[in-house]
Write a protein that binds this ligand. Structure first.
Ligand code: ZN
Length: 191
């Protein structure tokens, strides 16, 4: 039998994951990623989710759905009720943890991410690390028009957030450490 055949159970999981992709793609439909060349926003949550599939041993469907949806509350008009209705309370609470309070000033939000990271759930912590990994990957590999100083400032902050997340010695954490070390070489700095 073809080893790539998808069984009934996998099919249910794939369908539910694609429902989240469909939902998020629609919600982000007018947004583009930061950068000189236009990239649809949805490519970012897709990259974050793929990074989690590659680096977690047993990711749950809820974790992957929350990864796809992680920016919908913060960056689109999506409400937590909508997410709750479609994907349930577990996914909603993870996405909520990953949502900054946009009524607060920028520097307060950035500081709160460091302060709250130590109390984050396992799923929220995994997504936050993957999110920061993908953002650093983009900073290093795409033309954003950012100054070297701005790039360094983002990476130093992201590393501070990740340091507070209680997920030691996982493959996911190792991948983050690796990209920060690559950034140090590429940006010729030792922050
Ligand atoms: Zn994100």
């Amino acid at each position: 039998m073809d080893k790539n055949i998808i069984n009934i159970h996998d099919r249910k999981i794939l369908t539910e994951l694609f429902e989240a992709i469909d939902f998020a793609a629609f919600k982000h439909r007018y947004q583009k990623r930061k950068g000189i060349k236009p990239v649809p926003y949805i490519n970012h949550p897709i990259s974050v989710t793929k990074h989690l599939i590659d680096n977690l041993e047993n990711p749950s469907l809820e974790l992957l759905q929350a990864a796809i949806l992680h920016d919908t509350l913060e960056d689109t008009k999506t409400t937590s009720e909508e997410i709750d209705q479609k994907f349930g309370s577990k996914v909603t609470s993870i996405v909520f943890e990953l949502t900054d309070n946009m009524t607060l000033p920028y520097h307060v939000r950035k500081k709160l991410q460091i302060e709250n990271a130590s109390r984050i759930s396992y799923e929220g912590g995994c997504i936050k690390i993957a999110d920061k990994y993908c953002n650093i990957y983009d900073i290093l590999n795409t033309k954003l028009g950012w100054t070297r100083k701005r790039k360094i400032r983002y990476i130093v902050w992201a590393a501070e957030v990740v340091e507070q997340i209680p997920l030691r010695d996982t493959k996911l954490e190792q991948s983050f450490i690796k990209i920060v070390n690559e950034a140090k070489v590429l940006l010729k700095t030792d922050f």
